[in-house]
Ligand binder design. Sequence first.
Ligand code: ADP
Length: 439
Amino acid sequence: MNSALRTAWLKTLWPVAALLGAALLIGLLTQHVWMALALTAIAIVAWQLWQLRTLLGHLNTRSTPRAPEGGGIWNEIIRVLSRRHHAARARKKRLVSMLRVYGHAGASFPDAVVVISGERNEIEWFNDAATALLGLAYPRDVGSSLDSHLMHLSVPGWLNRDDAQDSLPDEASPVDANIRLALKLFSYTDSARILIARDVSKLMHLEQVRHDFVANVSHELRTPLTVLHGYLDLLDDEEDPERSRMFTEMRQQSLRMNHLVEDLLTLSRLEAQEPSDEDVVSMPFMLAALRREAEALSGGQHVIRVSDDAHVDLWGSNKELHSAFSNLISNAVRYTPKHGEIDIQFRREGEGAALSVRDSGYGIPSAQIPRITERFYRVSNSRSRELGGTGLGLSIVKHVLNNHGASLEIESDVGKGSTFTCHLSAHRIVPRRPLSTAE
Ligand code: ADP
């Protein structure tokens, strides 16, 4: 008990004791001891009840009780109450001003921010940008379900999917289809989530301009290159070894440019996600073709093994999948020194399947693995050019696999080799057709 409380207690107990003492004295003098004591006790209880009533009055009011001057336990209680009230009001003021700051920050956010809760995705709060980008109106839409405002998403029911944490990179705004939105959803309590919609129209436009530019330039380069290459094939001067060497070099370089242009066009087509012809891809044929290509490229300098334990075929674009797998195999051959080993393995993996290409080649430093699927990223520029690489092979692989809902896993040890694995999910698996005799 602190000293103020002890003093207050004493200031309350002493008068009570003094009153009872006086009552006892008067009782002894008047010979009505019990009567005097009882009347005094009733008076004391009445006084305390009165104080209780005053206290209740203070507790019931919203305004801060005025701190009384006098001593005694009741005054002390009211003083404590008053102090607490003051502190609570100051805290509330601070919280309100903090909330206002956060509210302003959220409201002035350039991205649309919507707080939703419950299974119905009820809208609890949104900022001004949500009005501009998602067409939400205040107060009309507070309490309504966000689902009804996002009916045209490319992934139906995205808000209620378990994997809705994955963002949607390019969606039309419900306000104007020309506004492109990137959507992201975060959980911040068990039941509440925040949707953030960012206007990416400019970015998408720039991306489209870049894509069209690359596609057009590659297309325009194709014809002159074919003509050049054709004439170079005819030209040679076998009499003059120096000139012959120059023609050979020119032919090699024009071939390289041809590959580059072809790879750029393939990548453009894949990026545009133009629907490709999908059908059953016969894996025995695919693996046989891959083996032939690997052997031709290796020229007998590597040990090449192909195993097929999956006994299923795939559903997809034969051309695209062949291009992806053969890029991996061509890399394995080119980045593995003479007498190295290359294993091509097709196997089941849970409900899906995996095609892996393992080599015992140079390997890739682990810090560079995350970047090697970027366009023109090479671990060693000189080695890649020397070996006829365009720097686009793995980008093509990544895009093909993306278009097939598959993923690429890369494991590598410098000096020991690398394994590139394509993981294909169950919906890409089809039972293998028995090979006909004609086949
Ligand atoms: P490139 O045409 O240069 O081979 P890719 O996109 O196919 O381009 O590969 C990117 C880079 O990744 C290559 O330049 C090479 O450095 C590295 N790389 C790819 N595959 C392998 C591999 N099997 N072993 C070692 N390095 C590899």
